[in-house]
Design a binder for this molecule. Structure first.
Ligand code: G6P
Length: 475
């Protein structure tokens, strides 16, 4: 028996952790993708295909927390070529505005193709006749087309969680045409923002030569593909309830007291990734201390840096640079028992995150480029007291919706300093005015609304036998 819904993602929502005693356990895997799709999986009776981390080869399907998991193995060579190489050494920097320099290696590409083929073949086996397959993110861009070749009966959706770059950047990719054609295997290609969808349609017209009209692509075989924006969100209610729980409330108090009851707590929470702008943000904060706007008795900056992609060179360099910067700032500005920056290189369960959000007065989210950034939305969801300030990069997808944040250009250190200081000094009236408006947004646009709008758009695209080739009307 197969499934009516198959989620295909590079990662499972859980990572396998091997214990010293030879046994293994599972823990939630990092990143926004998992946070977003998990509730959708729960609501539908599907299976989730993905890699559980590591190189274990003897994995069996299993159930985790009521979710059906189909683990996909990866060899050490595939991890190097597909995951660390093409996905995170080529595509990730290329799609994030070249914040780091992408590397182009033919062996990485070969490995990317091979892994995408294996995932597509497995999805073809798991899906029932006419099933829905939802493929996620940049590591899996060839799966839609490969899968359609194997199973033309399926309805295939693709969603890109990261930005889709402008043509000027994308066309550097030696395999640009193959990637575009891979995506065109889907009925619906979803992006975070309208700009990404527009970049894609333009590239398809210019590089593949298909006819396009607004958000529709017309393929020579009569099939149509729609490219549109579906800004992702979080389970707002779940975070709000978590933040209100007595345990989290008590833990938030405990955190403030452990930090020495400063007047204000600044907070950053990111995967340790060069796109997140952690270094520049901490420098801006240190300059505020240096300019004596406040001191370490008044405020502390808690930076949670979740370990990520630690075998990739750029990430190792970033970790060294961040370690060094934090050490220097604390050396220059700290006092006994009062660090300027409380730096935590670790990941934490949701409860602890909710407590940190509640304890923090100023949430600082300053990526150079980010598809959406769910941390910003999680913070807002947890502030049921209508207080707390959000300093948010203009270059995060979330800035399109959270207009009442203190919006900053992360390349402009002085601008960031001013925004951090304003957020620090803002009175409750100002904070409430902004937070209320942002809360309204994340409440009405939660992850369920996102999934529903994606799913209904997916089923509305005419299928391979559909006669409707008229341009769909824009909403
Ligand atoms: C981002 C990406 C995801 C990815 C996650 C964690 O959110 O969009 O596809 O899974 O980061 O990165 P990792 O490399 O650990 O899977």
């Amino acid at each position: 028996m197969g499934y009516d819904l198959v989620i295909v993602a590079n990662r499972l929502p859980v990572d396998r952790v091997d214990q010293p005693d030879g046994t293994s356990t599972w823990r939630p895997s990092p990143g926004g993708l998992v946070t977003a799709i998990e509730p959708v999986m729960r609501a539908n009776d599907g299976v989730w295909m993905g890699w559980p981390g590591g190189t274990e080869q003897d994995l069996e399907p299993f159930e985790d927390n009521g979710l059906e998991m189909f683990p996909m193995t990866m060899t050490a060579e595939e991890i190097e070529g597909h995951y660390e190489g093409f996905s995170n050494g080529t595509l990730w920097p290329l799609y994030h505005d070249l914040v780091a320099k992408p590397e182009f290696h033919r062996e990485w590409w070969d490995s990317y193709v091979a892994v995408n083929q294996r995932f597509a073949a497995q999805a073809a086996e798991l899906a029932n006749e006419g099933a829905l397959v939802w493929v996620h993110d940049y590591q899996m861009q060839l799966v839609p087309q490969l899968l359609r070749e194997l199973r033309p009966d399926l309805r295939i959706g693709f969603y890109l969680h990261i930005p889709f770059p402008p043509a000027e950047l994308f066309q550097q990719l030696p395999w640009r045409r193959q990637v575009l054609e891979g995506l065109l295997g889907a009925d619906l290609v979803g992006f975070q923002l309208p700009g990404g969808a527009a970049n894609f349609v333009r590239l398809v017209r210019q590089r593949v030569g298909h006819k396009t009209h607004r958000d529709m692509v017309y393929l020579p075989d009569g099939r149509t593909v729609r490219a549109a924006a579906f800004p992702i969100s979080i389970d707002t209610k779940e975070f709000e309830q978590l933040a209100q729980s007595p345990e989290v409330t008590a833990r938030a108090k405990e955190i403030r007291s452990a930090l020495g009851e400063p007047r204000k707590i600044f907070l950053g929470v990111d995967r340790l990734d060069y796109t997140k702008g952690i270094y520049a943000r901490l420098r801006a904060y240190a300059e505020l201390l240096g300019d004596e706007h406040f001191d370490v008795e008044d405020a502390v900056f808690v930076q949670v840096a979740v370990p990520s992609r630690e075998q990739v060179e750029e990430y190792q360099r970033l970790r060294d640079e961040t370690d060094r910067l934090v050490g220097r700032i604390n050396g220059d500005h700290g006092k006994i028992g009062r660090p300027a920056i409380s730096y935590l290189h670790s990941s934490y369960p949701r409860e602890e995150m909710a407590a940190l959000y509640r304890a923090a007065d100023v949430m600082v989210v300053t990526p150079y480029r980010d598809g959406m950034n769910l941390v910003a939305k999680e913070y807002v969801a947890c502030r049921y007291d209508d207080l707390g300030a959000l300093v948010l990069s203009e270059f995060a997808g979330a800035a399109d919706e959270l207009r009442q944040a203190w919006l900053v250009n992360p390349y402009d250190i002085n601008g960031m300093k001013s925004a951090l200081l304003e957020a620090y000094q803002a009175d409750d009236k100002e904070l409430t005015r902004r937070m209320r408006a942002m809360r309204k947004t994340v409440r009405s646009h939660d992850v369920n609304a996102w999934a529903e709008s994606y799913m209904s758009a997916l089923t509305a695209v005419p299928d391979a036998h559909g006669k409707t080739v008229r341009p769909a009307r824009r909403r």
